[in-house]
Design a binder for this molecule. Sequence first.
Ligand SMILES: Nc1ncnc2c1ncn2[C@@H]1O[C@H](COP(=O)(O)OP(=O)(O)OP(=O)(O)O)[C@@H](O)[C@H]1O
Ligand SMILES: [Mg+2]
Length: 270
Amino acid sequence: MKPRSKILIIAGSDSSGGAGIQADIKTVTSLGGYAMTAVTAITSQNTTGVKSVVPINPKEIAKQIFYTCKDIKPDVIKIGMLHSEDVINSVLKSLKKIKFDKIVLDPVMVAKGGAKLINKNAIRILKYKLIKKAYLITPNIPEAEVLTNTKIKNYSDMLYSINILSKLGAKNILLKGGHLNSRHSYDILLMNNKKEIFKNKMIKTKNTHGTGCTLSSAIATFLSCGKPLKKSCELGIKYVNQAIKSNPVYGKGNGPINHLNSFNLNKKFL
Ligand SMILES: Nc1ncnc2c1ncn2[C@@H]1O[C@H](COP(=O)(O)OP(=O)(O)OP(=O)(O)O)[C@@H](O)[C@H]1O
Ligand SMILES: [Mg+2]
């Protein structure tokens, strides 16, 4: 089989392989796409926590984006964690230079445990500049709370917050509901002033490391081979759901999900 489409991933490395650029490459590859990368930071981590983060020089990040795209043009770009103002500015400049706007932005700011991953200045520029450049943003609940200055405790708070997000200039928004303490997970897509709700039973497991990275990369892959936005979100959410259900139970902490589950999905949906 030849790859169906090409995706450039701009994100950080997770040495444990469950999240970050490793999860992105596995997702894109198992869904039939060709993955290219611009690494923004290198983390040493395992399923129990992060040991260290080494940032890559913003100029080096820009070079990876520019030289990669100059030769092989991506169909979609997926952006994950950009940890500083300088990195965001450098990515913005590169995107302008290559004139690219089919972007799926996962505005990573808060770790699963609640720790803020990026500083105030970086949040400001992400909120007022980067969000507007994206075709789709995929915040989780803590990130939506930071971006909208609201508290999200339930489904109706999610509906309120997504309206504020659209006023910030986001074209399309998928607000992920994995952090709600509820029997169901609700992911809400706001597209052309219309809301679509994806509802799933919450799976009882601690092994959900990398669900967010995986979801945004899966959506980017479906979009890149021409599927419409709503269908791409629906398929991406299904892929993550099956990946959680069939997780391999690795590690002593919050283990990874099963990126290889897509072989069933391929037969059923593509
Ligand atoms: N326990 C669960 N059962 C079912 N679906 C889940 C569960 N946890 C997360 N999801 C789904 O996984 C996807 C990612 O959502 P989530 O809110 O976990 O993103 P995230 O917080 O950005 O993830 P990450 O911690 O990897 O950054 C969503 O579609 C969400 O509904
Ligand atoms: Mg996330």
